[in-house]
Write a protein that binds this ligand. Structure first.
Ligand code: DQA
Length: 164
């Protein structure tokens, strides 16, 4: 199964920007760890970063039919973007929102969150480790989806056998 990781504006500057808030890790290092997790758990993974809202909306839309789940840090767009919210809602894929910092403990404007309500779950305030938690969570969601599909198939097979 495939996860697409979408990173919003200024996350390409991790390791440089506001290290007291976001820490010293670079985005490439975070992605390398996520890739390692994916490989050892038999998952496909793809990464996308953009500073542009429309490009993020396009990438979310492309996930339909291509990916089984999305991990997204919409960064500053979390607090403003109805377009990203609507795209997540439209593709109806399991989606985990990640924030490196604890947005509930920061400025008032960061308490407004357009995204959380359309996500399956949120990981907030764990630093870069939050991406690892999101990968573990996505693995669990995939296990549950597979178990449900298997149970449905067994039910269908049993119903067919009963009709024959
Ligand atoms: C962030 C929090 C946002 O408020 C901020 O604009 C970011 C990063 C985080 O990961 O903590 O760019 O999403």
């Amino acid at each position: 199964m495939k996860v697409v990781v979408i990173q919003g504006p200024n996350l390409n500057m991790l390791g440089v920007r506001e290290q007291t808030i976001y820490g010293p890790m670079k985005l490439e290092q975070i992605h390398a760890q996520m890739k390692e997790f994916a490989e050892s758990n038999g998952l496909e993974i793809e990464f996308f970063q953009s500073n542009l809202e429309g490009e993020i909306v396009d990438r979310i839309q492309e996930c339909m039919g291509e990916a089984d789940g999305i991990i997204i840090n919409p960064a500053a767009y979390t607090h403003t973007s109805i377009a990203i919210r609507d795209a997540i809602s439209a593709v109806a894929l399991p989606t985990i929102e990640v924030h490196i910092s604890n947005i509930a403990r920061r400025e008032e404007f960061r308490k407004q969150n357009m995204i959380a309500a359309v996500c399956s779950s949120s990981v907030v305030g764990f630093g870069p480790f939050g991406y690892h938690l999101a990968m573990t969570g996505m693995g669990q969601i995939f296990n549950e989806i597979n178990a449900m599909k298997e149970a449905q198939k067994m039910q269908q097979d049993a119903a067919q056998a009963a009709q024959a």
